[in-house]
Design a protein around this ligand. Sequence first.
Ligand code: DX5
Ligand code: ZN
Length: 230
Amino acid sequence: MIIAPSLLAANFGRFAHETVRAHRAKADWLHLDIMDGHFVPNISFGPEGVRVVRPLTRMKFDVHLMCSKPEILIERFAEAGADHIIVHVELEDRVTQLLWKIRSLGLQVGLAVNPPTGISNVLPYLDQIDQLLIMTVNPGFGGQPFIHEVVPKIQQAFAWREEKALPYRIEVDGGINFATAAECARAGADTFVSGTALFGQRQLGKAVQKMRDIVRKEARLRKHVKDIVS
Ligand code: DX5
Ligand code: ZN
């Protein structure tokens, strides 16, 4: 189970401080949301924002590109210190090339799917990715409410992973708090991006551990139920 605080919810005036706070909180990864003002109606930060915080921690940097032209950015983010790069399946016929490009730079490969996009769109790529990012809000802004209708997609991604014996992580992003993290873990998610619900806590370390404990418990319960049924 991986807990990845999203820096989008941190105080932008104190980026370095907030990165160190996530590191000290023993978060597993740091999630970095890159918005280009075109793929989504908001702008966040660029490779320089990643580069300046890179020396502060050895946490894996999980870079989520909500960008219309990731092909011109992937190398920049790799140089800036990304460990994983996630692109969107909504880019359609460019996806294969983008995944290949990320892999060729030696990084972990992620594919994201927006709430209105059918989960079957990711099927052709499942054997090429390390992470499937299921968006649980429409991307662009932190602090939005979780869209419960997305949960069956998590169940489907989990079923495909079992069926095909593939290793990809099932990551959820958007509106993840203690309650919705539990709901996603029950459905099969194993990687939890959380911005507002984590960075909003005074004691980030306690909050990260609490979320980890909750999702571990749900995963154990799911396995237990599965063992009884089979
Ligand atoms: C949404 C971003 C998310 C965002 C999540 O566009 O992809 O990573 O930071 O933030 P919360 O947890 O506040 O919904
Ligand atoms: Zn994200």
